[in-house]
Design a protein around this ligand. Structure first.
Ligand code: GLU
Length: 456
């Protein structure tokens, strides 16, 4: 085997490459049954199963094929690594097309396997993106800017503020739409935070991620980018939303409001769900269907009102998941460390163990805002129903009818901008960006697994 052996493959695949004299980035033609595939041999994620070859088809999609099933494979061209191949690519601007800017923050979307290390690295200069997802060139003139290259578990409130500042600048610049690529793990926190931090948006701000990196077979990166970019370019909405695959059919994307969306599955591609409601709409290629009526339409935006961004965010906030037998020292710790706010993800209607009440009272008396959100995710707080809830209310706990992550992002924003105790309580309980629902649309709960009634 030459030195240009495709990275990340195991025994069976390696033997196959050796037998057929195939190197990384070779252009190959493969015959399998009645099908003929042409594509480029990709490096592979080292944890993937043995006995497959992975190729990038000319349409930008990746597929994995079992070596045993391949009747014939021929090298039809030798390719240098992608990054070199695309180096000289010119991207023409088309005045008739909308202008969209894509802000990159990291995560696996728009990442590729590093040719040298075999690891996934974030990489999207415009030419790399266009090369990986050629459809984007049809949709719009796309500019890209990398703000960070981090995985989303490493995001901090100051990262949310930085994204919000970039979004604000672009919204005021006369651009048509914004796409933000982001790791999926904490995507819902960021969409919520930016929804609060940025006011008077002029354009769609569409967050997208992918559950499988661009170089893996059946990656969702391309389809989410296509849907997200179409929505940013042409969608009549001026809100922060998340757009990712909506069902196991992998054909359409669902459009979720930024303050109501949550990652509900660790691995499937249709991992995101709107909680407490139905999604705002859906998108298939460029066809957008709105399900909800209370949407801030781009066509109704008053452009006289500048988009503004909050200047500060409070990082010393904690999100505490209540559980049976939990130690009250958790609350004491946050008090002693000078935290300014604590969101409790309470049980049931908004409860916490009685033995924690002293610490909760101490926190409130030391000026810490204590907010109650619900670990049930669905439903509203009902803190007057049981004595536990009533006592917590008497201590000064603020009920917040929103998902815990949104309550956390909102508290970080509120405490960065307001000092007065009553004002903090009032803003926490006022609907700012669709986080507090007037009522729960039960259809949302019933269809949250991505099935229609017919499919049950
Ligand atoms: N855990 C990483 C993140 O959330 C990678 C997974 C992904 O991008 O979805 O950024």
């Amino acid at each position: 085997m030459g030195s240009n052996q495709p990275e990340g493959y195991k025994k069976k695949s390696k033997k196959f490459f050796k037998d057929h004299n195939i190197e990384a980035w070779d252009k190959v033609e493969i015959k399998k049954g009645d099908s003929l595939f042409q594509g480029i041999i990709l490096p592979r994620n080292q944890f993937a199963d043995d006995g497959y070859v992975e190729i990038k088809l000319s349409n930008g999609y990746n597929i994995g094929l079992k070596v045993e099933d391949l009747e014939e494979i021929n090298v039809i061209g030798k390719n240098p690594p992608m990054i070199v191949e695309f180096e000289g690519m010119k991207i023409p601007k088309d005045k008739s097309k909308p202008n969209v800017t894509l802000l990159g923050t990291g995560g696996t979307i728009a990442s590729r396997l590093d040719y040298v290390t075999g690891g996934v690295i974030p990489a999207f200069k415009p030419r790399e993106l266009y090369a990986a997802v050629p459809e984007l060139a049809e949709i719009c003139n796309l500019d890209t800017k990398i703000i960070f290259k981090i995985f989303s578990e490493d995001m901090k409130p100051n990262n949310w503020l930085k994204i919000a500042k970039e979004v604000t600048k672009l919204s005021n610049s006369g651009i048509d739409g914004i796409v933000v690529t982001h790791g999926t793990d904490t995507l819902g926190y960021s969409t919520a935070a930016v929804s609060f931090l940025v006011q008077n948006l002029h354009v769609p701000v569409v967050f997208v991620g992918s559950q499988r990196s661009s170089d893996r077979p059946s990656s969702d990166a391309a389809i989410n980018l296509i849907h997200g970019t179409n929505l940013a370019a042409k969608g009549d909405i001026a809100e922060v939303v998340l757009c990712m695959l909506g069902s196991s059919s992998h054909t359409y994307g669902l459009i979720h409001r930024g303050t109501r969306v949550r990652k509900m599955h660790s691995s499937v591609r249709h991992a995101f769900r709107t909680i407490g409601d139905i999604p705002l709409g859906k998108i298939e290629n460029e066809k957008i269907v709105w399900f909800k009526k209370d949407i801030h339409h781009k066509s109704a935006v008053d452009l006289e009102l500048e988009t503004i961004c909050s200047k500060k965010i409070e990082s010393k906030c904690a999100l505490v998941y209540i559980h049976p037998g939990m130690s009250t020292e958790i609350i004491d710790f946050y008090i002693d460390k000078g935290y300014k706010g604590i969101v409790l993800a309470g049980t049931g209607l908004g409860h916490a163990p009685k033995h924690m009440f002293n610490s909760i009272q101490r926190a409130i008396s030391e000026g810490i805002s204590v907010v109650m959100a619900l670990q049930t995710l669905w439903g509203f707080t009902g803190m007057k129903v049981y004595s536990n809830g009533r006592e917590l209310l008497d201590l000064g706990v603020i009920p917040a009818d929103m998902i815990p992550e949104t309550a956390f992002a909102k508290l970080c924003w509120v405490l960065g901008n307001y000092q007065d105790e009553n004002k903090i309580k009032q803003v926490m309980q006022t609907n700012i960006a669709g986080e507090i629902l007037p009522y729960e649309d039960i259809r949302g709960y019933q269809i949250q697994q991505g099935l229609t009634e017919k499919e049950y």
